[in-house]
Every structure is written in C-alpha cells, then in structure tokens.
Design a protein around this ligand. Structure first.
Ligand SMILES: *Cc1c(COP(=O)(O)O)cnc(C)c1O
Ligand code: SF4
Length: 442
C-alpha cells in the first residue's frame, strides 16, 4: 500500500499465501479494488461465480442452490479474499458461504425469534427498551452473514424514503428516546449522501442525545471508510459505531485502517461478536480476537449467543460453551478486552447477560458474600455494618480495657507513629483498610 501504515496496522500479521487478493483477483486494478462501489457491485452472489473462484465439491451445487432459495448470498471481493479455499472448515467461509450443514437444518428455527416486529410502533423501528430504539434503514450488506438475525429482511428491496420519514417522525414524537441505533442491513452501504440526510434529521431532534451506527462494513468492505464518509460522520457527534468482528483473521491491515480512520473522526468503536460453531467457539480464537481488537483500539462490547434463526442452526453452540470461554477470558486478559456475554431472549425479552458465577453465595442478613476468583479460589467479603448500628465502642474491642494490637500493616503504606488501634473506625480512616470485625447477628 502506498500510504503510511498506522501503528495498529503494523501489529496485524499479513495474510498468508493461499488466499488473498492476489490469489482470487490477480487482475483487478488498485483503483477498482479500493473503490467501495466496485466492491459492492462485484459482490459474489451466484454459485456459478463462486465456483470459478473456489472448488465446490461435486453434488453440492444443487444443495447449495436450494439453500440460496431461503437466504441470499453476497460476498464482497475483499471479504472473499480472506477465505482460505483449501480449508473446508475455514472460519471466514463458514460465515459467508452456504455450506452443506445449513441445508440439513434449513427448516429449524424461527424467522424473527426476537419478536422485533411485534415491538414495532412503525415499520423499521423496534422499541424494546425504555430510552432507546433500533432503526433499520437498509437491507443491503457488503456480505450477507449466514448467521444474520435479520435474514428475514434481506430479501426485500431497499427501504423507501417514506418509511424512513415515518421512523424519524416516531422518534421525534417520543421524547423518552435518547439513544438511536441506526442499523440494518448495513447503514454504511448507503451512499454518504443518503446516510447524511438521515443523520441530519435525527440530529435535529432535541431529545436524541446519542446516535449509534451498527455496521459490519469495516470488517467486510473496509475501503468504504473513506475520508468523505469520516468528514460527514464527524458532523453528527456524539456518534458511536458498533462493529462486528468474529474472527482474528478479519483483523487485517485494511480493517485496522478503517477503524483508525473512524477513531480519528472521534467515533468510539465497540465490537459485537456472535459466538459461532466452527468459527470462534473456542478460548484460543476468542482470546486472539479480543487481543486483535484491543490493538485496533476497538473495545469488545458484546459476545452474542447465536439466535435461533432459521438457517443458522448449524452455527449455534450450547450456552455452556460461551460460559466456558468467558471463564477463560476474565482474569487471564485485560478487563477491557472482556466482552459481556449475552443471550437475546427469544420472544423479545432483550439482551440478558450470562456468564460464569463469581458470586458463590450472598447472605444479605449476615452481610457476607462468598466469591470465587478467576482461578477458582474462594474469598469472603463483608458488607459495611447497617447504618446506625454501633460497631466501634470506646471500650476496646477485646473487652479488657487494653488497646487491641494493630492489625497486620500494609507493606506499601508506612503509617505515622502514634496511630493506635483506638483510631479504628474514626472518620478519617483510609478507605479499604481492614477494620475490626463488626458485631453481627448470627
Ligand atoms: C440491542 C438492542 C438495543 C441496544 O442495546 P444496548 O444494550 O444498549 O447496546 C436497543 N434496541 C434493540 C431492539 C436491541 O436489540
Ligand atoms: S452485516 Fe449484519 S445485518 Fe448484514 S448480514 Fe451480517 S449480521 Fe446481518
């Protein structure tokens, strides 16, 4: 590449040889390759096109054709170039290409398990939480994920302006909404102009404090994140973007550059991964992914349990797998790198955090919490005494009229001479210092 590398790009390993642009698209010029409209126009959408790029096992063609009747395929040349065609279990391929096991389970699952359409005051809006709404402004994506939760929408044509106006109108007349999630489909597949019109209208609503965009474009078509887009977006702050990286191999120099540009435009980036069987359902992959994200300054936000969507059954994992992965992240890597693992409740209950149990037991009356740390060791924590309960009397705690021997001193803090145990419980006692055991009912 001609431009200077950003520090995060340099940290990301370059692609190996049996995949990549040189392998699949050796004759495409830089000008075309780096033009997002070329990428969008040249998405691989038919099995005939796909078969020219990578081998499709014999007998698979009719099966895959049947799958595509249920859910379209569309893969940007860039994202396709990340596939290792020699590996039948390639994690990038599993996300983008219809494979045999999708056919086996094709009738299992629901169209709209999260009941997004039930909680919809106007088409395109889901209002599930008190202060924020989801707004679907596009049903086009740079790559159609086999695990997409909104597969049901991806078959339709583009969303008419009239519908967008009705969504904006709903937000404008609903003052409790302070956070709008602009999603899709992928909002960044819209032209910059169209997206700006929508952002302008949302920004004109006084009670809309935060606008969030959900987009997989930095992962699947990073050349979309150009200067024109960033200059436009930065006019509509406070604006946040949630991205969707699922595998460390998606963290390419190009993706890192796209993230860097958005961050320089002042847009905080958070990642929402989906836990997918055969893609990222093991500790090593997930740890590598969150480390790659941290290097790109993208904060891991959510790890989603895969929704019971029709056509994604082959990608689902048991909840136990997610819990196990979370258990091996917390404590073993930076807290900033640990996402919240959530299940979006089927039936429309919203995102519910799940994870390993660290609070083994908690007795509110005794004020005692039993805790487990990341290594499985057990610790106790005691609540402060209830307000008004006399705990530290003037008489010494040992009842013999003698001051109690000071508790073990911190290795780090040298205390002044003259500090005696009788000062225990005084107002200017440093916070967090171990105090005499308070009297408690038992
Ligand atoms: C996920 C989601 C949101 C946003 O949830 P956060 O936890 O705030 O990120 C809002 N509305 C709907 C319908 C959602 O599915
Ligand atoms: S980018 Fe998002 S909306 Fe588009 S197919 Fe993938 S998961 Fe669905």
């Amino acid at each position: 590449m001609d431009m200077e590398q950003s520090p995060s790009e340099a940290l990301i390993a370059p692609l190996r040889s049996r995949r990549g642009r040189q392998h699949y698209f050796p004759t495409i010029t830089d000008q075309d390759w780096n033009d997002w409209k070329w990428q969008l126009r040249n998405r691989v959408t038919t099995l005939e096109e796909l078969a020219q790029l990578m081998p499709i096992p014999e007998g698979e063609l009719p099966i895959r054709r049947e799958i595509l009747r249920g859910f379209r395929m569309g893969i940007s040349p860039y994202y396709l170039s990340l596939i290792d065609a020699d590996d039948p279990d390639d994690p990038i391929m599993r996300q983008a290409v219809p494979l045999h096991d999708e056919f086996i389970y094709r009738n299992v699952g629901e169209e709209d398990p999260l009941h997004e359409e039930e909680l919809s005051p106007v088409p395109g809006i889901t209002h599930r939480y008190p202060d924020r709404v989801l707004m679907v402004i596009s049903n086009s994506c740079a790559m159609y994920c086999r695990h997409c939760t909104r597969k049901r929408l991806m078959a339709e044509d583009s969303i008419p302006d009239l519908e967008i106006d009705q969504m904006v109108d709903y937000i404008a007349r609903t003052p409790v909404i302070r956070d709008v999630i602009v999603s899709g489909g992928d909002p960044l597949t819209c032209t910059t102009e169209r997206l700006e019109h929508i952002l302008q209208k949302l920004r004109a609503i006084p009670h809309v404090e935060v606008i969030r965009i959900g987009s997989r474009v930095p992962v699947t078509m990073p050349m979309r994140v150009d200067d024109e887009l960033c200059r436009m977006l930065e006019k509509y702050h406070p604006l946040w973007i949630n991205v969707h990286f699922n595998h460390p191999r998606e963290c390419t120099p190009e993706a890192a550059r796209a993230c860097d540009r958005l961050l320089r435009a002042g847009i905080p980036l958070n990642n929402q991964s989906v836990l997918l069987r055969g893609v990222n359902d093991n500790v090593e992959t997930m740890r590598e992914l969150v480390h790659c994200l941290m290097k790109m300054r993208v904060r891991p936000y959510y790890l989603f349990q895969c929704d019971p969507i029709r056509g994604a059954e082959h990608l689902r994992t048991p909840v136990a797998r997610g819990i196990e992965i979370m258990d091996k992240l917390r404590g073993y890597t930076s807290g900033l790198a640990v996402p919240t693992y959530v299940i979006d409740a089927p039936g429309g209950g919203g995102k519910i955090p799940v994870g390993p149990k660290y609070l083994v037991s908690y007795d509110v009356k005794l004020g005692k919490a039993v805790l487990r740390n990341f290594q499985g060791k057990i610790y106790e924590y005691h609540d402060p005494p209830p307000a008004g309960q006399l705990v530290f009397s003037d008489a010494s705690p040992n009842g013999r009229g003698e001051p109690e021997a000071p508790k073990k001193k911190s290795k780090w803090v040298r205390r002044k001479n003259g500090t005696s145990a009788s000062a225990a419980g005084s107002k200017d006692e440093p916070r967090g210092k171990k105090r005499a055991e308070p009297a408690r009912p038992s």
